[in-house]
Design a protein around this ligand. Structure first.
Ligand SMILES: [Zn+2]
Ligand SMILES: [Zn+2]
Length: 146
């Protein structure tokens, strides 16, 4: 799900930022949805399992969380850029406050961990449909790769 879809169902991004993962999990519960919403709102139709998987996604992506994840390029932290438009909170990409890294700039090599800019990575498609993200020094594990 996207952060917009989760927000449409649970309005999680309308309130204050979550402090940590426990804070997120506490929000995504049937009891909390029942306390927040009026009958007929989509949040009331969600099961505990659906809410838990939304919470996992929010935590993994650091959506609407006060403390960001570690920057892949420097010692700084990355957090999600947000802004408001027409009264709605819009969620943009992850960005580092220290070095201006954004999530489209690249990430560490899957094998050796060296930082690789997005226009320099190599790697083949895996059988499961994902793509290797490798630095130019690490060979691909799959035939047909670069
Ligand atoms: Zn950084
Ligand atoms: Zn590498």
């Amino acid at each position: 799900m996207t952060s917009e879809q989760i927000n449409d169902a649970t309005a999680y991004a309308e309130g204050s930022l979550f402090d940590d993962a426990d804070d997120v999990r506490g929000y995504f519960t049937v009891a909390n949805m029942a306390a927040m919403f009026e009958p007929g709102d989509p949040g009331l139709a969600l099961t505990e399992a659906q809410l838990a998987s939304m919470a996992d996604e929010v935590i993994e992506n650091r959506w609407h969380m006060a403390k960001g994840a570690d920057c892949p390029r420097c010692e700084g932290t990355v957090s999600q850029q947000t802004w408001t438009s027409g009264g709605r909170t819009i969620h943009g990409g992850m960005e580092c406050e220290a070095c201006d890294w954004t999530e489209t700039d690249g990430r560490p090599c899957d094998k050796c961990g060296v930082y690789v800019p997005a226009d320099e990575y190599t790697g083949a498609d895996r059988p499961d449909g994902t793509t290797e993200y490798l630095c130019p020094d690490c060979p691909t594990d799959y035939p047909g790769g670069e």
